[in-house]
Ligand binder design. Structure first.
Ligand SMILES: *[C@@H]1O[C@H](CO)[C@@H](O)[C@H](O)[C@H]1NC(C)=O
Ligand SMILES: *[C@@H]1O[C@H](CO)[C@@H](O)[C@H](O)[C@H]1NC(C)=O
Length: 445
């Protein structure tokens, strides 16, 4: 089944539009899914044949720590997170996942960075006189019959942090990333095409889409754009999900050791988490999805209570994020957790070479790994998520022999990261709103 949404807008009408522009899609659009390409998977242009798994683990820890610092700085700055804070939190090089976006009519493929902490969807566009060099061809809006510019008084334009009225009242944006990388361009609307679960394409029209005329900083020539999966107003999620048969999306992240299978995001009713699941209330602050974590329970040892508030967050105490690898907990909670885990693990202690992960053990084989405990994150609403040692401990973290470390580091702003979420089906119901978790084999979903 091909769903084609006709664009019944003339250019003049599109320019005159001042109210909220939302994606126009057929009522009850079929579910569809997008493949998430991990940066270190062989399908990624960032795949490095000569890197070892220790190289990859160390790089992921490094990126996590820097991401966590930036997230903490952003949520804790004076006044908290603003609703209009659509600016990306990432520095362009610290992403974890990529996705293919098919933009325009006819669809043009763009390899985009998935950014869970921001929302603007953008690409470098012809003529891009002052852009970072990219390997893939530039998107040319003149070649697309569905491209329209948005006026600067439109609500979507006003949802962006730094805007100006350009030629013909076009919406011009400027984004500065935290490492001073930056993009400038014109906000328009475009058609985005995805493969539906039935295998045929589904098209969403009038999706706010930024066309860069300038971009620079630490962007890699191997990427051509960015797609926000956060909760802010111009994200892919916020623009597409309301038009679906169910306001729902979910993802399932395959373990990074599995280089053949792919992780995916499923939009609409087909993504609903089934089977034995737990559900906890969710809120959106800025572009972040926020949960309330009550306690952490270590199998065979005690439980660690988590303070109900975290600096900068007003509706919960932990950000759930697929763009950060390790978890982050505040100092006091982390030291109690380290104490509880130490009580039940009889393995010799080791030291993380960078000193980032506070609890590591020397392991000599599978029998030793069996000695690591399951750890339960208990979220509000009796939502206990029991996490296996495979996802709560990080393997291959040292060049100097076999070592595993508890995948939790210290930050005042807690983060539930992507390692812990591996082989969990994680569903976001935007109507309730709530997040559900169920154990899953993500290679089979
Ligand atoms: C690939 O990994 C090797 C080993 O860590 C490293 O020396 C090299 O710089 C990496 N290459 C790139 C392009 O990142
Ligand atoms: C745009 O169209 C022109 C003329 O048909 C073509 O030469 C060019 O390759 C196209 N560019 C892109 C990026 O599709």
């Amino acid at each position: 089944m091909t769903i084609v949404i006709l664009l019944a807008l003339s250019v003049a009408a599109a320019v005159a539009m001042t109210t909220t522009t939302t994606a126009t899609a057929a009522a009850a659009t079929a579910s569809f899914s997008i493949e998430l390409i991990h940066r270190d998977s062989p399908k990624s242009p960032f795949y490095n044949h000569s890197a070892t798994s220790v190289d990859r683990s160390r790089a992921a820890i490094y990126r996590s720590v820097h991401e966590a610092r930036r997230i903490a700085a952003r949520v804790q700055r004076k006044g908290g997170i603003e609703p209009s804070d659509a600016a990306s939190r990432v520095v362009p090089d610290s992403f974890e996942y990529l996705m293919e976006l098919r933009v325009g009519t006819p669809p043009f493929s763009i390899l985009a960075i998935v950014d869970t902490g921001s929302d603007l969807i953008w690409a470098n566009c012809v003529p891009c006189t002052d852009c970072y060099r990219q390997t893939a061809p530039l998107f040319d809006p003149r070649n697309s019959s569905s491209y329209r510019t948005l006026p600067c008084d439109s609500n979507l334009c006003k949802a962006l942090p730094t805007i100006a009225c350009g030629a013909g009242s076009s919406c011009e944006y400027h984004y500065a990333y935290q490492d001073r990388s930056n993009i400038d361009g014109v906000l328009g609307t475009e058609d985005l095409t995805f493969d539906s679960s039935a295998g045929s394409p589904v098209v969403f029209s009038n999706i706010a889409f930024g066309c860069n005329s300038k971009s620079g900083g630490s962007f890699s020539s191997r990427t051509a754009g960015m797609a926000g999966l956060g909760g802010g107003p111009v994200s892919l999620v916020s623009q597409i999900v309301p038009t679906l048969d169910k306001k729902y999306f979910s993802y399932c992240l395959v373990p990074k050791s599995d280089t053949q299978a792919s992780s995916k995001v499923i939009f609409g009713s087909a993504g609903v988490v089934a089977g034995s699941k737990v559900t906890t209330p969710m809120t959106v602050e800025g572009a972040f999805f926020v949960l309330r974590l009550e306690e952490i329970i270590v199998d065979g040892a005690g439980s660690v209570p988590v303070p109900p508030s975290a600096p900068g967050l007003t509706t919960g105490n932990i950000i759930i994020d697929s763009g950060t690898t390790v978890n982050f907990l505040p100092d006091g909670v982390l030291s109690s957790l380290v104490q509880e885990v130490s009580r039940v693990v009889s393995l010799p202690k080791a030291t993380d070479p960078d000193g980032t992960l506070p609890l590591c053990f020397t392991v000599t084989g599978e029998a030793d790994r069996q000695k690591l405990p399951f750890i339960t994150f208990k979220f509000a609403g009796e939502a206990s998520v029991r996490l296996s040692p495979k996802t709560m401990f990080m393997d291959e973290v040292s060049f100097a022999g076999q070592m595993v470390c508890l995948a939790v580091a210290d930050s005042a702003t807690p983060i539930f990261g992507n390692l812990a979420q591996q082989n969990l089906h994680v569903g976001y119901d935007l109507d309730i709103p709530a997040v559900s978790f169920a154990s899953a084999d993500c290679t089979k979903l």
